[in-house]
Ligand binder design. Structure first.
Ligand SMILES: Cc1cc2nc3c(=O)[nH]c(=O)nc-3n(C[C@H](O)[C@H](O)[C@H](O)COP(=O)(O)OP(=O)(O)OC[C@H]3O[C@@H](n4cnc5c(N)ncnc54)[C@H](O)[C@@H]3O)c2cc1C
Length: 323
């Protein structure tokens, strides 16, 4: 029987949806294996977000609130997480697989001499973790034999925990960071300003592929997304061509998403792209090649030239919206 510690990632004073999926993972683990679920929240001026963390059913919320933690650095965050994990007797240390935890959790695992599993999709009754291999073509259960285990949880595979009444105990973490002694220093965070939802948080995504043939065609993907209040995604081919920024890449080496609705426009459905979106609830594909692999996973498919179909679709949606 062991406790589970989960890091809560937050933005603008709100816990990210993907972290709420990691809370669900922790709750399932302790339901099967016993122990307590704890949350760790790190940063500066954490009052509001620490209060929010109290609403997810954790036995304890550890609050590491320090001016020197205002900006994420692996070197400053990892020792804090390791200390809390040791103090609370963690058997599992977890977070949602994200840009931050992909950097943080391996270091935490090394310092705890813990085995680690990434992209964890489920837990079996023995407490083994299921994860994809070969770009998601096969799933394996891994047994981690070290006393402490580290898990990066796939945010799309666990239903995010909903906030309830505050419960548990809030514990202030005694943080001592010497930023001057670190080998890395924070310089600047360049925020991409966008009115669109974040890819990993969006319920609707419109993604475009190489068949958009350039910025003009990809503009229709943007237009459809804006009409639907959706996030924009792209294949690696599009990102490599410079038609979209690389933070929009969906797939094995991009982001893993599972929105309610995924529009796949003029993309073939290569295995590495499918690895990032095939968990979407409903997939709609537009492709001029009826043999394109995307149609094998699509719920609705339209065999058509996107340069004809997209303007028509956009016009129809405009009409519906105008009432
Ligand atoms: C290690 C590795 C990791 C990778 N990681 C990723 C990843 O994370 N994400 C990712 O996306 N890819 C990834 N790739 C690349 C992947 O293998 C494919 O090359 C890429 O996904 C193809 O992008 P695409 O579908 O846009 O282009 P294509 O495969 O060229 O498909 C274009 C599609 O557009 C259709 N089309 C063309 N014109 C029109 C038209 N006018 N109207 C309608 N349809 C049209 C065509 O029929 C075709 O199906 C990775 C590859 C490797 C080796």
């Amino acid at each position: 029987m062991g406790n589970v510690l989960v890091i809560a990632e937050h933005k603008n004073g709100v816990v990210k949806k993907v972290s709420r999926a990691a809370f669900a993972f922790a709750k399932e683990y302790v339901a099967k294996q016993g122990g307590e679920f704890h949350i760790l929240v790190m940063g500066s001026d954490l009052g509001v977000v620490a209060d929010e963390c109290m609403g997810y059913g954790a036995a304890k919320v550890h609050v590491a609130d320090h001016a020197d933690l205002a900006n994420y650095l692996c070197e400053s965050y990892a020792p804090v997480m390791v200390q809390v994990a040791k103090d609370m007797g963690a058997e599992v240390v977890a977070g949602t697989a994200s840009a931050m935890t992909k950097d943080l959790l391996p270091r935490v695992a090394a310092r705890l001499e813990a085995g680690m599993a990434s992209d964890v999709c489920s837990i079996n009754d023995e407490g083994h973790f299921e994860r994809p291999v070969w770009a998601g073509n096969a799933m394996v259960f891994v047994e981690i034999k070290t006393p402490i285990k580290v898990a990066a949880v796939r945010g799309t595979e666990f239903e995010p925990t909903e906030k309830g009444d505050a419960s548990g105990e809030k514990v202030a973490v005694n943080v001592s960071v010497d930023l001057g002694a670190l080998k890395k220093r924070f310089i600047e965070f360049e925020v991409t300003k966008s009115d669109r939802p974040e890819l990993t948080e969006a319920s609707v995504i419109v993604s475009g592929g190489r068949g958009t043939k350039g910025e003009e065609g990809f503009g229709m993907v943007n237009q459809l997304a804006d009409l639907m209040g959706a996030a924009v995604g792209a294949t690696r081919a599009v990102v490599d061509a410079g038609w979209a920024p690389n933070d929009l890449q969906v797939g094995q080496t991009g982001k893993v998403v599972a929105p309610d609705l995924y529009f796949a426009v003029a993309l073939s459905g290569a295995i590495q792209h499918l690895a990032g979106m095939k968990g979407s609830k409903t997939i709609v594909a537009i492709n001029k090649d009826e043999e394109a692999p995307i149609f094998q996973v699509a719920d609705y498919g339209l065999v058509a030239d996107m340069f004809k179909a997209m303007p028509e679709l956009i016009e129809e949606i405009k009409k519906v919206k105008a009432g």
